[in-house]
Design a protein around this ligand. Structure first.
Ligand code: BES
Ligand code: MN
Ligand code: ZN
Length: 499
């Protein structure tokens, strides 16, 4: 979709749907009075009749008469005090969904003036909400009448001084949202489609499109690298595992050493549980167990298109966890690439085993920091639900930074402990470490497991099991994959400085 900024009177905007965000109010704000007059005071009468009051997520649509647009969509922002970037994302998402339901091909959105938010941040939030709200995974739909393809979003601002800042925000928002849409697309594909080799193909394609170096380790290379973690987990499947490495390097220039950041994403392309097989209910959702990897693909795409001033490595171990004839077994002892041995008590705790090899591999690049994202534990979903992911790690400043980036993107992260107690809980009986520590503190013991493979590198682990998938429609999400983590990572990278 094209996104543009125009300095135009909303009454003159030739568009299928004019989206007008409004804070909670009883009176049409000054900036919209000319528009309301052209509309025959229609907005004011809605407010007076309390048909629309500007409450968050409130929506009213009516055929436009007296202006150039075909339809007007009023969308509530909530109270002025609550007004922040997330309110703008939600309003833009809800507005654009309403426009899409009306089969709009073009949409214009009035940029509200929000004193607390710089113009670039406003434009970024509106663009993110709009583009993510317009997302649907409909490539397999044949029966439903196709929706008109929404192909143009115009941000309208009367303030000439804001123009260039708004354009900057649009660029950032477009790249972030489109990268999150890529992550959603990857995760929403069925497990039988997004196999490890398919994921590798997508990485190669992405590399060609945006300029990333892509390396794929197939079985022979995995053997050579002694990555028995990835190989063991992949052994029960007819679709062999891979390790995908994506590399973005900032354009040369400047004498300063570019920081190197490693992003590692769990890429279990389907998690049946393996021999420790999962119950049937909701097992289909486990096609999205590669969402950490998808977020890493999205972040690398974004880093390249934004031309960020860093060296970013994306490492995605991809494997299908299946109970096939060659499957690894409960009781197996697997030697990870680092040399440490893992006692497999439960083949369903597979994510940490593939991540062990991937995190170890990350150290080869001598990164300043490692951030991993993984749909790792059901325990995290129980602890924190779907409103935030969990963050754990070995470096407080890094954890704080992840939280701050999460707040800015509203992909929020909340800390859980990672203490010696948790490390003790997974001490092996016959090997070095067990792959589960029982039901207590499941998210923390999973993180404790990972901590064995990051050496002394500053590291943060994001357990996104509760946030990568949604079973509820939300203002800028549909049911299915959310693309969670892409925007958080881009915010984290954007203002990176030495830890
Ligand atoms: N992929 C799952 C975790 C998961 C659960 C992701 C719900 C998304 C939503 C992971 O591989 C898993 O099966 N974890 C087990 C670990 C246990 C066996 C120690 C779990 O959490 O039950
Ligand atoms: Mn599992
Ligand atoms: Zn899993």
């Amino acid at each position: 979709m094209r996104v543009e900024v125009k300095r135009e009177d909303p009454a003159r905007a030739r568009t299928d749907a004019l989206i007008v965000p409004l804070s909670k109010t009883e009176r049409v704000p000054r900036a919209l009075q000319a528009l309301d007059t052209a509309l025959g005071r229609r907005i004011q009468s809605y407010l007076e009749a309390a048909e629309f009051r500007g409450k968050a997520a409130e929506l009213v649509a009516f055929p436009a008469e007296g202006i150039a647009a075909k339809t007007v969509i009023l969308v509530g922002l909530g109270t002025e005090e609550e007004l922040n970037a997330e309110a703008l994302r939600r309003a833009a998402g809800a507005g654009i969904k309403a426009a899409a339901r009306r089969r709009a091909a073009s949409v214009a959105l009035v940029v509200p003036s929000v004193r607390r938010l710089a113009p670039a941040d406003r434009a970024q939030a509106l663009t993110e909400g709009g583009l993510l709200g317009a997302y649907r995974f409909d490539r397999y739909r044949e029966l439903e009448e196709p929706r008109g393809a929404l192909d143009e979003l115009v941000l309208l601002s009367a303030d000439a001084r804001e123009g260039s800042a708004l354009r900057r925000g649009v660029k950032q928002g477009r790249i972030a949202a489109e990268s999150a849409r890529l992550a959603r697309d990857l995760s929403n594909e069925p497990g039988s489609v997004h196999t490890p080799e398919w994921m590798a193909d997508q990485a190669r394609k992405l590399g060609r499109e945006v300029g990333l170096k892509v390396k794929v380790l197939a079985e022979r290379e995995l053997e050579r690298e002694k990555m028995q973690g990835i190989l063991s987990v992949g052994r029960g499947s007819a679709n062999p595992p891979r390790l995908i490495v994506l590399e973005y390097n900032a354009p040369a220039g400047g004498a300063r050493r570019r920081p190197t950041l490693a992003l590692v994403g769990k890429g279990i392309t389907f998690d049946s549980g393996g021999i420790s097989i999962k119950p049937a209910a909701n097992m289909h959702e486990m096609k999205h167990d590669m969402s950490g990897g998808a977020a890493v693909f999205g972040a690398l795409r974004g880093a390249a298109l934004l031309g960020l001033p860093q060296h970013v490595i994306g490492i995605v171990p991809v494997a299908q966890n299946m109970p096939g004839a060659g499957a690894y077994l409960p009781g197996d002892i697997v030697r990870a690439a680092s040399g440490k041995t893992i006692e497999v008590l439960n083949t369903d705790a597979e994510g940490r085993i593939v991540l062990a090899d991937a995190l170890h591999h990350a150290q080869r690049f001598k990164p300043d920091a490692i951030v991993d994202l993984a749909t790792l534990t059901g325990a995290c979903v129980i602890a924190l639900g779907s409103a935030c992911c969990a963050v754990m790690g070995n470096n407080e400043p890094l954890i704080k930074r992840v939280q701050a980036a999460g707040d800015r993107s509203h992909e929020r992260a909340w800390p859980l402990p990672l203490w010696d107690e948790h490390k003790k809980q997974i001490k092996g009986d016959v090997g070095d470490i067990k792959n589960t520590g029982g039901r207590e503190a499941g998210a923390s013991t999973a993180a404790a497991f990972l901590s064995h493979f990051v050496g002394a590198t500053p590291w943060a682990h994001l357990d996104i099991a509760g946030t990568a998938w949604t079973t509820r429609e939300q203002p800028y999400c549909v049911k299915g994959a959310t693309g969670f983590g892409v925007r958080l990572l881009l915010e984290l990278l954007r203002d990176w400085s030495a830890l």
